[in-house]
Design a protein around this ligand. Structure first.
Ligand SMILES: CC(C)(COP(=O)(O)OP(=O)(O)OC[C@H]1O[C@@H](n2cnc3c(N)ncnc32)[C@H](O)[C@@H]1OP(=O)(O)O)[C@@H](O)C(=O)NCCC(=O)NCCS
Length: 147
């Protein structure tokens, strides 16, 4: 599957974000079923945030939010990865984690660390991160052994 990762356009994409977030259940997030009001409050544009759509051809299959991008030399950006229901378990999440780590380390050479947080029973997310070996052509160290 050849995925593409397109930057979100704001404010043109505002309604599409709400449609995307309300169309699926997010069982490992704080609010698994978002109302339209909740969805509209999910921050996708800010000085320290970059958001990308994941496309498979003409279909939008996921959303990536890169967060905490304001103190890269000392901090560690986080990401929020959401694959639409019906597209999970087909390798999209794994490809997206690979893309976003490459993107971050390539775009921000001063970056030394990315943080991934998820629930300890979110096996798909844990496996997506565990399968990473290389980012931006460099081997990566992981602190996942305690999970
Ligand atoms: C978590 C998520 C991003 C993973 O993406 P995905 O496209 O479903 O996962 P993939 O198909 O790429 O599979 C990645 C790995 O997880 C495993 N996996 C996939 N679905 C699984 C499931 N339901 N249970 C256990 N393992 C699973 C795959 O076998 C694969 O492991 P491998 O690399 O060892 O072969 C996606 O399921 C999702 O968006 N879930 C809801 C939102 C969420 O929880 N986001 C993360 C919050 S931090």
């Amino acid at each position: 599957m050849a995925l593409e990762f397109d930057p979100l356009h704001w404010p043109e994409d505002a309604q599409t974000v709400v449609e995307f977030l309300t169309a699926s259940e997010w069982p490992c997030h704080g609010v698994p079923l978002l109302s339209r009001t909740d969805a509209a409050k999910v921050s996708v544009v800010a000085n320290d945030t970059a958001t990308f759509w994941i496309r498979n051809g003409a279909e939008t299959v996921g959303l990536i939010r890169l967060l905490d991008l304001d103190d890269l030399d000392v901090g560690s950006p986080l990401f929020d990865l959401r694959i639409a229901q019906g597209h999970r378990g087909r390798g999209v999440g794994r490809q997206a984690v690979r893309w976003l780590t490459d993107h971050l380390f390539t775009t921000f050479p001063e970056l030394h660390r990315i943080e991934a947080r998820t629930r300890d029973d979110n096996q798909a997310m844990l496996s997506s991160v565990r399968s990473l070996r290389v980012a931006a052509g460099r081997p990566i160290c992981r602190g996942l052994d305690e999970l």
